[in-house]
Structure formats: structure tokens, C-alpha cells
Ligand binder design. Structure first.
Ligand SMILES: Cc1ncc(COP(=O)(O)O)c(C=O)c1O
Length: 404
């Protein structure tokens, strides 16, 4: 199944396609997404939602189709609960800076958050005196429910938000979000899930999870860069102030007063990234045609191959649980003998294997553990093959054996 899909991706066609194992950062783009973007620029390059001429009407319709596709993909109740954003970071900032805060309000995150789900809360702490607290994970980075429950109780009625990454980009560990949401709600808190690494790789059903907000990156879902999404329960979205006011965000204005437009338009100030939104719709339609359970199983299978091939290497430690089925498609390695950046360059140079090296925007975790060099991270998607997973492991072994 997965192999036949490769032809849809221009960068995977031809004689020597790369073994692209950096999809946790950005995914490759399939032809239908590229076509949808090209169509916008070549056939109706105009403004949606405002102009009523033929081009404008075409864009408006395409935007509403795209929003609806996203709504169906994440099982939202209504398309008006889906906001187009620039990325996950923008979505989380809209939640964090759109809410009203009082000094001492408690926000809980884990100790393995991407900066996008850490720094906005730190900013609120600095600027509004909220109390951001970190829930420590187990030794192997898995979630500790007891510690979390204690942290909720310790907040003493001041818990306002539980903001956690569904799947870690650091280690691929999945959090039991449904259980977390239940506990958080019992304590009167809202639950904002950073779905940047889950929404592209597994079935994410916001109703089933019982959460309040979901942020995601369309560019990690075969869609255009500069595109992401925010979902929120309608009444909650409606209670947020916009962090970008201006055109589109009001239903009326006078010299003295702005009357805010309802969601989602209140949050989409200024002329939109229309080609991106239409490309987002095409990307979500593309993913909607896949069996997301099969996508998840495929990535786990590839991770098992990568893990088996690298776990015995000298000076290489896997971050997170040793069992690959607990790390989705992510194989993140602490490199003790060959620096991660050097290994990443050599993997591409020697075998066309593209991976990421560094701190993956989770500086806080590396700083806390004292691993200043960061890690080497291979991340698989449905278009990767078993051969590519093996090529990664074999080439890394050669590099470590030669230089380590
Ligand atoms: C878990 C997680 N959260 C947030 C982000 C930030 O996403 P974006 O760059 O789309 O804002 C990423 C990106 O890698 C991520 O992996």
C-alpha cells in the first residue's frame, strides 16, 4: 500500500530518490497538493470571503470545502470550529494569549514540550504572573499519571489549563490524552493538545479524546508550509480575544467600536494565505483517503527496523522507551562518539539519508538532562520503505564504526 503512494510524491520519483526521514519536521508534498496550489495561482488568484466576482466566489467555495475537510478529519462538530493558522505555534499562541488570565492561575505542561508549547506559557508567566508548572515524566520519558494527578491536586483549585503534546517530537512518546483530559476536567481545567506530531500520524478524534483545543501543522501533513490549524470547542473559541485584529476579524466597526466577528474569522485577520488554505484542503483530502491506523502501524514497523539496527551501536542511546512500538515513527539518538550534526551530514552524503540533528526545539529537556549536543532524529512517514529504514541503520553503523 505505502509503496504505491510514493509515485504521488515528485521528490520520490526518478532514479535515486533520497531516504527522507525528516517528516517530523516537514513532510514531502504529493502531486494533488502541488496541483491545488498551482491551480489557485494559475486559474483564480484572487481574494476569498470578500470579492463576489467569479474568481472570488471560486476561492470562497474552495476555502469552505477545505475547512470542511479538516473538520471531518479530526471529527469536529462544525467547520466553524476550525481556524486556519500559520502553524502549530500560531495556534497555541492564539489560545494562550487569547484567554484571560489572573495572577496565580496554574498551567501544567510536561517536561518534554516543544518550545511552541512551552514558551507561550513562560511568556504568560513573565507578563501576567501565571504559575506554569512542569509535570515530570518517568525515567524513559513515558507519562506518569500519578505525578500528573498530584500536580492537579497541588494546584489547589487554581488549575486553569493543561497544555500537553500528544506525541513528542523529541522521542515519539504518545500521551494518554483521553485520561489526562478527564482528570484535568475533574479539576476544572481546560485541555489544549499540541497535536503537531499526532494528527499527521494517527486517527485523532477530538470528540473521543474529550479535549478543548487542538493545534496542528498542515506542513507536517503533506500540506504547504506556512499552514497550520487550530480547533476549539465553539463556545470556548468564541470566548477568546483575537491576537491579530484587523480586516476580517470584525462584523462591524465604527470610529469608536469594533464588533468582533464570530469564530473562525475573528482569528484570521488580514488577507489570507489562500493558496495555502486550498493546498491544506487537498492535503487533508489526501490523508483522508488513507487508513490512519495502517499509517501508524507502518511507521511503527519502520521504527522497529531502525531500532533493531542501531540499539547495539557503541556510543548511541535511544531517547525514550526502548520498545519501538512506544515511539511512533521517531528514532531519536543521543550520539556519544560521533557528533549528531556530523553524522547527519554523512548520512546524506554517503547514502542520501535525510535526518535531523540538534535540539528539535526541545532545548529545555536537553538542558535539564545535561545533553548539550542534542540528538540525531530519524522520523518515518507512510511513504518511507523498509529498505530506507534499514539503509539508515546500516549507514549509521558504518559511520559509528569508522569515526566512533
Ligand atoms: C510537538 C510539536 N509541537 C509544535 C511544533 C511547532 O510546529 P510549527 O513549526 O508548525 O509551529 C512542532 C514542530 O516540530 C512539534 O513537533
Amino acid at each position: 500500500m505505502m509503496r504505491s503512494l510514493r509515485d504521488d510524491f515528485p521528490t520520490l520519483r526518478g532514479e535515486n530518490p533520497p531516504a527522507y526521514l525528516d517528516s517530523a519536521c516537514v513532510t514531502l508534498k504529493p502531486q494533488p497538493v502541488i496541483d491545488a496550489i498551482m491551480d489557485y495561482y494559475t486559474k483564480y488568484p484572487s481574494c476569498g470571503g470578500r470579492s463576489v466576482h467569479r474568481y472570488g466566489t471560486h476561492v470562497s467555495k474552495a476555502l469552505s470545502v477545505a475547512r470542511n475537510s479538516i473538520k471531518n478529519f479530526i471529527c469536529a462538530e462544525h467547520a466553524n470550529e476550525v481556524v486556519f493558522t500559520r502553524n502549530t505555534t500560531h495556534a497555541i499562541n492564539q489560545i494562550a494569549h487569547g484567554m484571560s488570565w489572573s495572577e496565580g492561575d496554574v498551567v501544567l505542561t510536561t517536561d518534554r514540550e516543544h518550545n511552541s508549547n512551552l514558551v507561550p506559557w513562560l511568556q504568560l508567566e513573565q507578563e501576567h504572573g501565571i504559575d506554569h508548572r512542569v509535570v515530570e515524566s518517568n525515567e524513559d520519558n513515558s507519562f506518569n499519571m500519578e505525578t500528573f494527578e498530584e500536580a492537579c491536586a497541588d494546584a489547589n483549585g487554581r488549575l486553569k489549563m493543561v497544555a500537553m503534546g500528544h506525541v513528542g517530537n523529541l522521542d515519539g512518546v504518545t500521551l494518554p490524552i483521553k485520561d489526562i483530559a478527564k482528570v484535568a476536567h475533574d479539576h476544572g481545567a481546560l485541555v489544549a493538545v499540541d497535536g503537531a506530531q499526532s494528527t499527521p500520524h494517527m486517527k485523532v478524534d477530538v470528540q473521543e479524546l474529550g479535549i478543548d483545543f487542538l493545534s496542528f501543522s498542515i506542513h507536517k501533513m503533506c500540506g504547504p508550509s506556512g499552514m497550520g490549524g487550530l480547533w476549539g470547542r465553539y463556545d470556548l473559541l468564541d470566548s477568546l480575544r483575537t491576537i491579530q485584529s484587523g480586516g476580517q476579524t470584525v462584523s462591524a466597526s465604527s470610529y469608536t467600536k469594533a464588533t468582533w466577528a464570530p469564530p473562525p474569522h475573528r482569528f484570521e485577520g488580514g488577507l489570507g494565505h489562500f493558496s495555502g488554505m486550498i493546498g491544506a484542503g487537498a492535503a487533508i483530502d489526501y490523508l483522508s483517503a488513507l487508513d490512519m491506523d495502517a499509517v501508524q502501524a507502518h511507521e511503527q514497523k519502520l521504527n522497529a527496523i531502525m531500532t533493531k539496527g542501531v540499539k547495539h551501536l557503541d556510543g548511541v542511546d535511544i531517547i525514550g522507551p526502548q520498545n519501538p512500538t512506544k515511539r511512533s515513527g521517531i528514532c531519536s539518538l543521543l550520539m556519544k562518539s560521533v557528533p549528531a550534526h556530523e553524522a547527519a551530514l554523512l548520512l546524506d552524503e554517503a547514502a542520501g539519508v535525510m535526518v535531523r540533528s540538534g535540539h528539535h526545539c526541545v532545548h529545555s529537556w536537553f538542558e535539564n538532562k545535561g545533553f548539550s549536543e542534542g540528538s540525531l532524529r530519524a522520523s518515518a512517514y507512510f511513504y518511507n520503505t523498509e529498505e530506507e529504514a534499514k539503509l539508515f541503520a546500516d549507514t549509521l553503523e558504518e559511520i559509528v564504526n569508522t569515526l566512533g
